[in-house]
Design a protein around this ligand. Structure first.
Ligand code: F6P
Length: 343
């Protein structure tokens, strides 16, 4: 078979590990020919490809980013986009495509599958908010990076008796914030799923301070929003969805916490540091399992489906099911676990 491989959406540690595994399973195991598609769906709109074989994949397992490049281009944004993608796939002689991406990339895959494209999905996002799979690769690495950063923030916060607000990624979901907050021993964890009351947070910090704990870390997901009436955000600090922009919420919270508590407060925004760099061993293994399973799914004709992790096993899930709703944070993790460490 001739199989196209593309990576779409924001990059993510482990993308290269998936590509390598798809190529190895397909070329060595099935004798397939692989075609690298440049920059996600944009490559199929513009007919841009890259050579892709086992040789090309040597040494890429530990490397962050993606050797294929990526973009957030959605072919459905242009009226003739889907037709162009289908025409390019036919011109390239592709029997199937493995699309590695998050909600947007896989949403496009699902729509194109309805138009006849033979496509298998591999779920990717550091945010871990894609349904149908218990974990996406990249999440573990992002949590590890954020936890290491929080460990560092603790020592400087303790030296200066400060509160430090640490903003992590997660536009719609608080998985990174909660995992890194628990692993890093945060005093408070603020997530998009539950609007926060800043007075409550300040009270926790004050009580802690009165007990002689002069340093605190507040972990906030970039998409966390205040409860109505508890803190007003300027329009300039909001994106089109009414969420604070990347880098917005921590910049608002730090001075406000200092003003309300009188405790010196600083902020750190981790941003894309969480997306770059080498995947953890866990993510390398998960990505490799996904890649092998995706090549096998192609040969089984399991199209319009994605590979997924459930109860430790790699399974196939219809894309429609995975895209039905985002996977929000389990409240048990926040309230049943993290809450015991507030204050
Ligand atoms: O979806 C992953 C993610 O890292 C989000 O957490 C973040 O809001 C977004 O991507 C940032 O995207 P970009 O790199 O395009 O600014």
């Amino acid at each position: 078979m001739r199989i196209g491989v593309l990576t779409g959406g924001g990059d993510c540690p482990g993308l290269n590990a998936v590509i390598r595994a798809v190529v190895r399973r397909a070329e060595v195991g099935f004798g397939d020919e692989l075609v690298g598609i440049a920059d996600g769906w944009r490559g199929l709109l513009e007919g841009r490809t890259l050579p892709l074989d086992v040789e090309r994949c040597r040494g890429i397992l530990p490397r962050g980013g993606t050797i294929l490049g990526t973009s957030r281009t959605n072919p459905y944004a242009a009226p003739d986009g889907p037709a162009r993608v289908l025409a390019t796939a036919a011109e390239l002689g592709l029997d199937a495509i493995v699309a590695i991406g998050g909600e947007d990339t896989l949403g496009v895959a699902h729509r194109l599958a309805a138009e006849g494209l033979a496509v298998v999905g591999v779920p990717k996002t550091i945010d871990n908010d894609l349904a149908g799979t218990e974990l996406t690769f990249g999440f573990h690495t992002a949590v590890q990076t954020a936890t290491e950063a929080i460990d560092r923030l603790h020592t400087t916060a303790e030296s200066h008796d400060r509160v430090i607000v640490c903003e992590v990624m997660g536009r719609h979901a608080g998985w990174i914030a909660t995992y890194a907050g628990i692993a890093g021993g945060a005093t408070a964890i603020l997530v998009p799923e539950e609007p926060f009351d800043l007075d409550e947070v300040c009270e926790v910090l004050r009580v802690r301070h009165a007990k002689g704990r002069y340093a605190s870390i507040v972990v906030v997901a970039e998409g966390a929003v205040p409860k109505e009436g508890t803190l007003t955000l300027a329009a300039a600090e909001l994106d089109a969805f009414g969420h604070p922009r990347l880098g917005g919420i921590a910049a608002v919270l730090a001075p406000e916490i200092e003003r309300r508590t009188g405790i010196e407060t600083r902020m750190t925004i981790l941003g894309h540091i969480q997306r770059g760099g080498s995947p953890t061993a866990f993510d390398r293994v998960l990505a490799t399992r996904f890649g092998v399973a995706a090549a096998e799914a192609v040969h089984d004709g399991a199209f319009d489906q994605m590979v997924a992790l459930r109860a430790g096993q790699i399974v196939r899930v219809p894309l429609a099911e995975a895209l039905a709703a985002p996977k929000h944070l389990d409240p048990e993790l926040l309230h049943g676990v993290a809450d015991w460490f507030r204050g």
